[in-house]
Design a protein around this ligand. Structure first.
Ligand code: HEC
Ligand code: HEC
Length: 177
């Protein structure tokens, strides 16, 4: 666990620099919380994949994700009690239905029907619509593996930038819609 903690600390440092860079751009797109809680979120939830913006999913999705961390997509992502409470609260207060969220992130979060509780951003209706034209082989290839790997194509996903100008699909290139 020690080595993991060190790696996470390094990732956290890298993460915060990235966040600082694009401040002005990002603010126009959606309101991102920067706090001890958001740093903890990055530290704990971005060791296996990127720190998905909480604005993508509604509160009920994050509640379910947090309830089921012991069996999280085939992995164990459980947290200690204190971190659990901090991260859960962070996700809930920044969820799609907790505040006004602008830009394409907001659009994705808003288009989830009330009777659905998706655990995946990549299975929400607007996500599927936006990504439907991408050939399966480009997703399955080893450089991407799955749609959960946003950063493989969206080079600034961690900063909340999903625009076409920072989109490059491995072994394909720029996307012309
Ligand atoms: C031990 C590794 C691990 C940790 C830690 C972890 N996850 Fe995951 N997570 C996964 C795996 C594996 C997947 C599925 C990836 C795939 O389908 O390619 C996943 C997928 C997800 C997805 C769905 C992505 C999509 O397809 O849209 C969300 C949301 C998510 N995780 C949230 C979290 C949150 C919140 C935390 C922190 C509480 C967390 N994860 C911590 C391993 C982890
Ligand atoms: C295989 C490459 C690939 C992966 C992986 C991928 N995307 Fe995309 N994404 C695209 C393409 C291509 C588009 C369509 C761009 C267009 O037509 O405007 C797109 C569009 C989007 C848009 C809409 C942008 C807009 O201008 O409206 C959002 C938001 C988005 N993706 C989020 C995500 C998230 C979040 C993930 C991970 C959970 C992800 N994407 C994973 C390739 C990818």
């Amino acid at each position: 666990m020690k080595t993991i903690t060190i790696t996470l600390a390094a990732m956290l440092l890298a993460g915060t620099t990235l966040y600082a860079d694009d401040d002005r751009y990002e603010k126009k797109r959606y309101h991102k919380e920067k706090s001890k809680a958001s740093e903890l979120y990055i530290q704990e939830c971005a060791s296996c994949h990127m720190a998905y913006q909480p604005e993508f999913l509604p509160k009920r999705s994050w509640e379910k994700t947090m309830r089921t961390l012991a069996d999280h997509f085939g992995t164990d992502a459980t947290l200690d009690k204190e971190d659990y409470a901090t991260i859960r609260a962070y996700l809930l207060r920044n969820a799609a239905d907790a505040k006004r969220v602008g830009g394409d992130i907001g659009k994705m979060g808003r288009k989830i029907p009330d009777d659905q509780t998706p655990l995946r951003i990549s299975e929400t209706p607007y996500f599927k619509k936006e990504h439907r034209k991408i050939p399966k082989r480009l997703v399955r290839q080893k450089e991407v593996k799955s749609f959960a790997n946003c950063t493989a194509c969206h080079q600034k996903a961690e900063q909340g930038d999903y625009s076409e100008r920072s989109l490059v699909i491995p072994n394909y290139g720029r996307w012309d819609d």
